[in-house]
Structure formats: C-alpha cells, structure tokens
Design a protein around this ligand. Structure first.
Ligand SMILES: [Ca+2]
Ligand SMILES: [Ca+2]
Ligand SMILES: [Ca+2]
Ligand SMILES: [Ca+2]
Length: 207
C-alpha cells in the first residue's frame, strides 16, 4: 500500500489516497515499494478528532489513557501510565510524563515535553521541523553531578560523556531516534522515537 497525494481530487486541502503497491508496480516495474509514511493530520484517518475534554488544560490519571485535545492551545499532562495523547488544532504543549507514551501534536506549533526522569521511551508521531519543538528543559541531564545540568546536543555523534543528547536516523524503520545520556556510562537512559527521517538541529530543542 502506498500513500499518494492526489492533487486532481479538487478542494483547497491536500488529498491523500491509499493505492495498492502491485498496481503501481505494473506501471513502473519496481519490485520494492518506497518506505513512505502515511500523512498525519488533517487527512490521516487514524488521528482521532473527537476531543476527550473541553477545557484548555488537562491532566490525566495514573491509568493508561487516550487523551484527545481540542481547538484550544492545550496543555496536556498524561501522568503515569502509557498514554496516547493528541493535541489537535492549536499550539499545544503535550507531555506524556511517566510511562511509554505516544504523542501527536497535530496542526500548530506544538511543544513535546519530555520532562519526567521516568519518561524513557516516548514516541512522537508528527514532529514538524520549523514549527514543533522538543522540550527537555525540565530534565537534569547529568544525575551524577551536583546541581542542574542542561543537555548539550551533539548531532549524530556517539556519546563521550554524560549530559549529551544525540539524534540519528534509522532509515530501515523510517524513524529518527533521539537519545540522552544521563548517567556516566555510554548507554542512553532516555529514548525518543520520531516518525520520519528528520535531521535534528539544536534549534529543534528547548534544553
Ligand atoms: Ca495517564
Ligand atoms: Ca489543541
Ligand atoms: Ca504517561
Ligand atoms: Ca504541529
């Protein structure tokens, strides 16, 4: 299955449709389909559009929840549990908090907050470079040193010490991985997977 942008379908918004790969293969002769990702909002049918609350701010419970924002600029805090959070329209601040959370900002300039020391494995479905940002400012990047340290972004280089933040593309999976090295060993203690291949820069983060 391939997602095709059909600009002849009319209307002022983008139109996408799913096309079986074998029908395209007959026309172009390629055997392996390209690794394409489905479009995100507003045309992705997998994105829920019915808000689960009506206020601007919402704090979840300790359970694993589906939280869907509304047209306000929402501040959404998932708390404990493995939450799936959609910001919807507006410029949203979305934080999964404790647990393995899945975050979707939707339209607007959104901030994905990876703020809890227990937010180790987060997934961001629709990071849009130039609009959205990832906020790690509430994290102490080096728990072995006294006081508070910010992360330093080192691109896709390997870790050499605590307090470093790196990002690399996994082309086979079609994702970009962000890792933070918080302890003194060379392993990552924080892991964020973003859908799509993104060349992250320092400007994409609030550190
Ligand atoms: Ca929750
Ligand atoms: Ca919203
Ligand atoms: Ca959570
Ligand atoms: Ca967005």
């Amino acid at each position: 299955m391939l997602v095709v942008h059909d600009e002849f379908a009319g209307g002022i918004t983008s139109n996408y449709k799913y096309v079986a790969w074998d029908s395209i293969q007959k026309q172009i002769g390629e055997v392996t389909p390209p690794n394409d990702q489905p479009p995100t909002s507003p045309t992705d049918p997998a994105v829920p559009t019915t808000p689960t609350f009506s206020t601007a701010s919402f704090t979840g419970t300790g359970a694993s929840e589906l939280i869907v924002g509304n047209a306000f600029d929402n501040t959404i805090f998932g708390r404990e549990g493995n939450d799936t959070i959609y910001g919807g329209a507006g410029n949203d601040r979305v934080e999964g908090n404790v647990g393995d959370d899945v975050l979707h900002g939707g339209n607007g300039d959104d901030v994905f907050i990876i703020g809890s020391s227990q937010a180790m494995n987060e997934v961001i479905l629709d990071f849009t470079q130039g609009q959205d940002r990832i906020d790690l400012g509430e994290r102490d990047a080096n728990t072995r040193e006294k006081g508070w340290q910010d992360f330093s972004f080192i691109g896709e280089q390997a870790f050499t010490k605590a307090g470093q933040l790196r990002a690399y593309q996994d082309e086979a999976k079609g994702i970009t991985v962000i890792e933070g090295n918080i302890g003194n060993d060379p392993d990552a203690e924080m892991h964020v997977e973003c859908t799509g291949l993104i060349t992250f820069t320092r400007a994409d983060f609030i550190l």
